[in-house]
Design a binder for this molecule. Structure first.
Ligand code: NAD
Length: 497
């Protein structure tokens, strides 16, 4: 069986004390194995990144950006191959994989602006004949740890920007769908990146812990589930590293009584079931204000759901594919069962869908559950499957309170025709990314992406302007050149204007 290895110092290596199966989730078969790095292998990658840092740091930003321009071109030329890798290991349908890759490429676009972003700030004459400026210097070796659900996009949130800012990078992708990350690294090398600037190690907790504790690693970007995000943040911080750790989500959409329900149903069909609900921005809870809105929404949504097509990534007419593993399929089915046991109403039951020719695949069909209440397991926890919950609220205030009380604060949206209500909502809701009649308010690459509460540990969001701040150290230099030697003498008072 093929082994997906590591990419260290410009070379693919299969060094592995251990390996783990990689599945095609549509067929349920293990199709390859992934190398699980030992501590020494990760240390080798860190050493390669450390050795590459001095020269890369001093490479002019415009030259670094040139590599990114070429990388973008190679990503576009090889898009189909990348999407096929994503489909085979993640199960995502090709149109969805292309959407993910396109959002990733937009981050490479943003990275091409590096010379502009790294110009810093300059003030002339902050005092008599004294100039002051701030530079954005690279940190050194930076690590990225990424989840399974966006095997190309989330790595592309991180390493292009970190690298263009002058850092070197060690990426630890998800061991469940590792191929795309290795291929991205090879394309970047083809684009002209010197060896050692980007390294990819596959692995599990051993690899992550090595990155979190290595003294050479200056900063860690993490995206994954909340318990691991919290662990990564606290461990990296305890070891003196800068850390941003993005976690899980439970994104609510409020459907107001005046909303265009057809529009809300169309928007939520994609946002709840697209990518099998395995998106941190998936809208998994519809909070309908008033029974009339709820009844109309449920009637129209259950009708729309009859058209949903679940199947393998190879057929682009499918709407969404399987979930990632058999264990995850069982977990999602378990949440549906728990909802029923705890008094909710299963309106559309997606358990055990029949997908012809893929009987052993990890499929869950679109599921709609009504009468969900706070405190139910399916409401409190992130399901990460194609399951849409409906909660009935009496007022907008009650609906907003529910969202504000939830432990997660990644994304949310409101469907309404009332501008004042929408403005009040966006102003007062305790969530990082807000949509108004927009179901998946994922910020574009020149903004930044981040949730609130337990959806993000750390104070800077991912990519965009926050990404530049995260991957650079500010240095402020104040300079004076006396006209002749030391003739002005010493000054003992605190300098001021
Ligand atoms: P995960 O937390 O299981 O894994 C993420 C990464 O952490 C992987 O690289 C994995 O190898 C590593 N890891 C797993 N267990 C570990 C441990 N015990 N110690 C150290 N490292 C460990 O997440 P996942 O299942 O791959 O991804 C799905 C989760 O990611 C969901 O909760 C989803 O909401 C979240 N997510 C969040 C965002 C965001 O931007 N907030 C984006 C995508 C996904």
């Amino acid at each position: 069986m093929k082994i997906v290895g590591h990419y260290i110092n410009g070379q693919v290596s299969e060094a592995a004390e251990r390996t783990q199966d990689v599945f095609n989730p549509a067929t349920g078969e293990a199709t390859k194995q992934v190398a699980i790095a030992a501590k020494e292998t990760v240390e080798e990658a860190i050493a390669a990144a450390q050795a590459a840092f001095p020269a890369w740091r001093n490479t002019p930003p415009a030259k670094r950006a040139k590599v990114m321009f070429k990388f973008k071109q190679l990503l576009e030329e090889n898009a189909e191959q990348i999407c096929a890798m994503i489909g085979e290991e993640h199960g995502k349908i090709s149109h969805d994989a292309m959407g993910e890759l396109t959002r990733g490429i937009e981050n490479v676009d943003f990275a091409c602006y590096a010379p502009q972003m790294l110009k810093g700030e300059h003030s002339r004459n902050v005092g008599p004949n004294i100039d002051s400026w701030s530079e954005m210097q690279p940190l050194g070796v930076v690590a990225g740890i990424t989840p399974f659900n966006f095997p190309a996009m989330v790595p592309l949130w991180m390493f292009p920007l970190a690298i263009v800012c002058g850092n070197t990078f060690v990426l630890k992708p998800s061991e469940r769908d590792p191929s795309a990350a290795i291929y991205l690294a090879q394309l970047l090398q083809e684009a002209g990146l010197p060896d050692g600037v980007l390294n990819v190690v596959n692995g599990d907790k051993v690899a992550v812990d090595t990155l979190l504790t290595a003294p050479e690693v200056q900063a860690v970007s993490f995206v994954g589930s909340t318990p691991i995000a919290e662990y990564v943040y606290s461990t990296a911080s305890a070891h003196g590293k800068r850390c941003q750790a993005l976690g899980g989500a439970k994104n609510h959409a409020i459907i107001m009584p005046d909303a265009d329900i057809d529009n809300a149903v169309a928007a939520l069909t994609g946002a709840a079931f697209g990518s099998s609900g395995e998106r941190c921005m998936a809208l998994s809870v519809a909070v309908c204000v008033g029974d009339e809105a709820a009844d109309t929404f449920i009637e129209k949504m259950s009708g729309e759901m009859q058209k949903l097509k679940v199947g393998a990534y190879t057929d682009s007419s499918n709407d969404f594919g399987p979930v990632i593993t058999e264990a995850h399929m069982n977990k999602v089915n378990g949440y549906i069962a728990s909802a029923e046991e705890q008094g909710a109403t299963i309106v559309v039951d997606g358990r055990d869908p029949q997908v012809k020719g893929y009987e052993n695949g990890f499929f869950v069909g679109g599921t709609l559950i009504d009468n969900v209440k706070q405190g139910m397991t399916c409401y409190e926890e992130e399901i990460f499957g194609p399951v849409l919950l409906v909660v009935r609220a009496k007022s907008m205030e009650e609906a907003m309170q529910m969202i504000n009380d939830h432990e997660y604060g990644n994304g949310t949206c409101i469907f309404t025709r009332d501008g004042e209500a929408a403005r009040y909502f966006s102003d007062n809701i305790l969530v990082g990314m807000v949509g108004i009649n927009v179901p998946l308010p994922v910020p574009v690459a020149y903004h930044s992406f981040g949730g609130w509460k337990r959806s993000l540990f750390g104070c800077l969001s991912a990519y965009g302007p926050d990404g530049v701040r995260f991957y650079t150290n500010r240095k402020t230099i104040t300079q004076r050149w006396p006209s002749s030697g030391v003739r002005e003498g010493a000054q003992f008072s605190f300098p001021s204007n």
